[in-house]
Design a protein around this ligand. Structure first.
Ligand code: PLP
Length: 360
């Protein structure tokens, strides 16, 4: 134990991701489109009139308005706060809701693993309700868990990573309505791939906060840009735990330029959705492979007991996918991100070949 730091940190691990490094990186739900290559000229033009030696820049106000316009449904700049990726936003929400050592969040399992990581980092506990085998969950049980006096936050991933499914909107709505005294966080990181959002309902629910990311639809995992949307009162309160200059001016310029090129990124999202649905049909036809329907940019699948060998086989074929089998419900499951036509073809052919070679 290190006496200089919080005692509860002694049992935690730093958030380090270990994935195979391959030619075809299909493991982290990134985009195969490099935004710098796509909009470089416009970014550089803007940088010519931007001053990185200053703390303040007019791009901040402009970005605020552009982001509010992109979100739509009457959302105003005061309803939005951004950070260095959705992760950074989640971290700050966890930090802002924690009251004391008994405070905890309630979520589902399996879900986005880093809810647990970041809750741990800020000293917020987390309790999880297991999904049913069909990836649905018991609403009453969730409400019961979230109603605990020390529960400070209910987290729902919509659509859920790594299962890829979208919970019925009326179920989420029922939860939001029945937890008027709790903050309910709906993580819409994959919104552009699902087309489903709770933004229009924000005005009716003061306890609702949404998080989104530029990493997926806007191809900007390396840029680090994500945001939260909620009532002006909630955003104001949340802003108190951020540092004054919490994203770089370069980040803001890049994000503003992305928002001037929404149709370009939307066209890419549409191609990924089409490839996802095509790939779902192709994989579903492989005997003994189970693939789960997805509303995201990834597909989760299993080849039962042969899955660990499939993972290695894909790696040997220079394809990195993610082992998401930590939770018993996804035992022997892998997750692959839809990528370029060529990457997707290579993935399909490798899975199909492996299944032929090893099938009985
Ligand atoms: C459900 C979910 N939320 C949040 C994030 C974090 O996104 P970002 O890259 O914007 O930090 C991810 C990343 O994969 C995710 O899957």
């Amino acid at each position: 134990m290190n006496p200089f730091f919080r005692t509860d940190l002694a049992h935690k691990k730093p958030p380090i991701i270990t994935v195979p490094v391959c030619k075809r990186m299909m493991c982290l739900n990134e985009s195969c489109l490099d935004p710098y290559q796509a909009i470089k000229e416009q970014v550089l033009q803007r940088m010519e009139i931007t001053h990185l030696n200053r703390y303040l820049s007019p791009v901040t106000e402009e970005l605020h308005q552009k982001l509010a316009d992109y979100i739509g449904h009457g959302i105003k700049p005061e309803n939005v706060i951004w950070g260095n990726g959705a992760d950074d936003i989640l971290y700050h929400i966890f930090l802002a809701v924690r009251e004391n050592a008994a405070s905890h969040a309630v979520s589902l399992a399996p879900t986005y693993f880093d809810y647990k990581t970041f809750c741990g980092a800020v000293g917020l506990g987390i309790r999880s309700l297991d999904l049913n085998p069909d990836f649905s969950f018991d609403t009453d049980r969730f409400l019961e868990m979230a109603s605990h006096p020390d529960c400070r936050l209910a987290i729902l991933c919509y659509p859920n990573n790594p299962t890829g499914n979208l919970f019925p909107p009326e179920q989420i709505r029922h939860i939001i309505r029945n937890l008027p005294d709790k903050l309910v966080l709906v993580d819409e990181t994959y919104y552009e791939f699902s087309g489903c959002t709770f933004v229009p309902e924000l005005k009716d629910h003061p306890n609702l906060i949404l998080t989104r990311s530029f990493s997926k639809a806007f191809s900007s995992a390396g840029l680090r840009f994500g945001y939260a949307i909620s009532s002006a009162e909630n955003i104001y309160e949340l802003s108190k735990v951020f540092t004054t200059f919490h994203t770089s001016i370069f980040n803001r310029v890049f994000a503003a330029t992305i928002l001037e090129n929404v149709p370009l990124f939307c066209a890419h999202v549409r191609r990924i959705i089409a490839m996802r649905d095509e790939m779902f049909a192709l994989l579903s036809a492989i005997p003994s492979l189970t693939v789960f329907p997805s509303h995201t940019n990834f597909l989760t699948f299993t080849l039962g007991e042969r899955t660990p060998q499939l993972f290695d086989y894909l790696k040997d074929n220079d394809i990195a996918v993610r082992d998401v089998g930590a939770h018993p419900l996804l035992r022997h499951c892998l997750r692959a991100t839809l990528s370029s036509e060529e990457d997707n073809q290579a993935l399909y052919q490798s899975i199909s070949r492996f299944s032929d070679i090893t099938g009985s």
